[in-house]
Each structure stands twice: as C-alpha cells, then as structure tokens.
Ligand binder design. Sequence first.
Ligand SMILES: [Zn+2]
Length: 487
Amino acid sequence: MPRIDLRRLETLRGLDLTVWPPGYRANYQPAEASDHWYPEIECADPGERDDIIFRKLQKQIQYAWERSSFYRSRWEQAGVSPATLKCLADLPKFPVIQKADLRQAQAEHPPFGDYLCVDPSRVARIHGTSGTTGRPTVFGIDNGDWERIGEAHARVLWGAGIRPRDRVLICSFFSLYLGSWGALKGCERLGAAVFPFGAGVAGQTRMAVEWARQMQPTALYSTPSYALHFAETARREGVDPRSFGIRTLFFSGEPGAGIPSTKHQIEETFGGACIDLGTMAEMTPWMSSGECRHRTGMHLYQDIVYTEVCDPQSYQPVPYGYEGTPVYTHLERTSQPMIRLVSNDRTRWIDEPCRCGRTYPRLPDGLYGRYDDMFIVRGENIYPSTIEDTLRSTEGFGGEFQVIISREETMDELLVRAEYAPSHGDPEKLNALRVTIRERLRTRLGVHPVVELVPSGELPRHEFKARRVVDDRELYRHSAGERQDEV
Ligand SMILES: [Zn+2]
C-alpha cells in the first residue's frame, strides 16, 4: 500500500497535516455517495496512519509540556519528558490522569485548572458538568478547538450515515451537557438541518412528539433512555414512532445503544439505524469513538483521539481481544488537552476488518459498563447493563426496571423490579414471566434475584441518563454525579 500522501490530502481534501494543529478547509465535503470523509486516512494501512498519529502526538505532548504546570510536574515526577516519546509505543510510559486530578487542579487553579494551555482571554466557550455531587468541572474551549471539534464530529457522523439532506432533531439538555452542543456543532459542520429542541422541561417530550410530527426529522440525537421515553410518549398520543420517518438515531451518554437488546428495541421501535457514539465530555471531540452505518461496534478514530484500552490497575494497553478501560489522549487540542485520561468505562477491543473498510480498532460491544458501576452481590460482579440486556430480550417486559440491593442480616439481597407489558397482565402469564426473568437473570448473574413485577408505566421515566440502581447497603459509595460528564 502506498504511503499516505500528505500533499494530495491537502489539495484534494483541504486537510493540512504538515502543520500542528492541522489545518482544515472549512467548506470541504466528500461526495454524497462516499462512505468516508477522509478515505485516505480512515482506510489506510494502520502502520502508515500511525506515523501521522505519532507526529501529532509528539506536537501535542511538547505543547502541553511547555504550557501546563499540571502536566510538566506530573511528568517530571514520573521521570518522563517529550524526549521519552520516540515512538507511539512509548505513550504508556506517561502517567495517566483521573477525573479527580482535574477537579483538584480546578480547585487549586480556578476556574479552568493549570491544564488550560491558552491565555484565559482566548477561551471562547465555557461549558461544564452539573456536578450534582461535589465540584462541577469547567470546560474552557478556544475557537480553534471548537472548529476542530466540528470537523471531527462531522467526519464521524458522515460515517454513521448522516448527510447534508438530513434533518436532525436534538432532544437532550442544552445546558450543562456538552453532548448536545457537540452534536449540534458536528451536524452544522456537516451541513444538515438541525433542530436543537432540548429536553428536561415539564411537558417537553409531548411537545417534541408534536414537533417531530410536523417537522418529519430524518435523524434523532438523545440518550437511549430518552428515545424509548419519547417513543412511549408518542404512542400515548396515538402516534406510531415509525411514522416520523427517522432513519438514523445516534446516541451517547449511556451504554444503551451498544447493548444488543436495547439497540434492537430502538431500531424496531423507530424503524431506523441505532448508532452508538461517545467517550467523555473532557475528551470532546467525544465522537472519536463511533459506529459506522454497519453498526459493528464503535470504531476508534485513532488520528482524532488516540485510545488505548488498558488494564484497569496498571494502565498498560491490553492486547486486542481483551477487556480493559479506555485511556484517551487528545491529538489536536490547544485549550485543555487531555493526555492519558482514564475513563473507567469497561470495554473490549478488537482489530478485525469492518465492511465499511475503515482500518481502525473497534469496540465490538461498545462501552458495556463502568468499573465504578459494578456492584458485588454475594461475591458475584454484577453490571446494570447485563440486567438491562436480559430484561429487554424477554418478551413481556414492560419497558422500565429498577435494581435494589439491600442486606438482610448478613446476606445481600438483589431485588429486580420490572414492568410487565399489558399483554402479560393475567395471573398465569404474570407468574410465568416472573419465573422466566428470574431464571434468565440467575443464569447470567450467578445469583438468585427476587423479581417483582409491576404494571407498565409505574416506574419513573428518564429524561436524561437513567438511574436505575439503588444500593441500600451501608458501604455503598457509588457517586451519582460521576456520570454527568460522560457523553
Ligand atoms: Zn465500519
């Protein structure tokens, strides 16, 4: 395969990789029929693409070293410097950073922390997390970064099948949720018509249904929980969700779009493709992990954000085929670059081909849980996503569920409270459903849950990210606020 011709990329696609941060041509667009935004890079021989990634990484690390006491002091302590990085495989020698480190840096150097690498006067956009527990995180983004975020998101959305002729309805919060703003920016750059509708105000979902009926959007962005809530609301209003004509639904913020039964349910409900996307708000362009229209798991667009799937203790990369947690590194961020930020999500990566021709590694099962989401019941590690997958693939399940963990004397109790569909209301069917759910959960979880069935519509719906687990045990330390900044 020929080496990637940088001069050709510049003339053909307006992408200048000889400078850092790279230069982008603001009006570039591939041909409508093209599957790829930058085919020369997306489908390149991985080794040749690694040369480009390495050059970008060198520049990013040198930049952070010169401008950020946050990075310089950590790296000096770990005995590394830009000179340590002689090839891509040297990156794991650099220490990881955790979200707690960022919060601490912002407390000590308010408001942006000493990892802000530009003069504060150059910050053009301020975003943040809602910080329901503890200190909110502040994002200071300069104009150059914001434009590059648009470039990256347009490219990934193109791969997901969004085109300029699409009309995109965005049904997620437009306040402290960077996900919405990133989706908006990407769709605008791609040239689609965008309707930033929002979410979270009383009665807004009913209005969204009404607007969707009028506007006939061809694409929807929200959280997976919200999409299901939106569909239920539509049906209550007498509207079949399929009648909107939505052909692409793209999601972030929750694992749902990567959970097979939830994905299937969303696709059946709307009659469109369910696309899983997203990393973390800090890592914006957070779409750097994203499914293509073939939906074979999220591609890691390694030349946008470099992702290593690592052992959750040593933070060294695990081989393809193995499970670990993503550790992310920006390659073209000037305002608040993240270098080896740990996500604590749980995933598995592979390096097998996809029908789309992209040669990036992939997360075939998406992000299927978090290391800090996991709870232990009677010695078994349990993830909420396993319970969700089991319930949603059971006929007769009514749409929502709760998990309650408590301790009776010395033994843990796992109670799964699930809704049943109206079709399963008679006592005989109800009993059979309870037995089926209990047996399936026991097989997948390794513990005997107590299953309680309640009528459909009884449990709380989620306008944003679902909170379905309640742990009543004393030692439980799950921090609900932690999830707010996942996109
Ligand atoms: Zn693909």
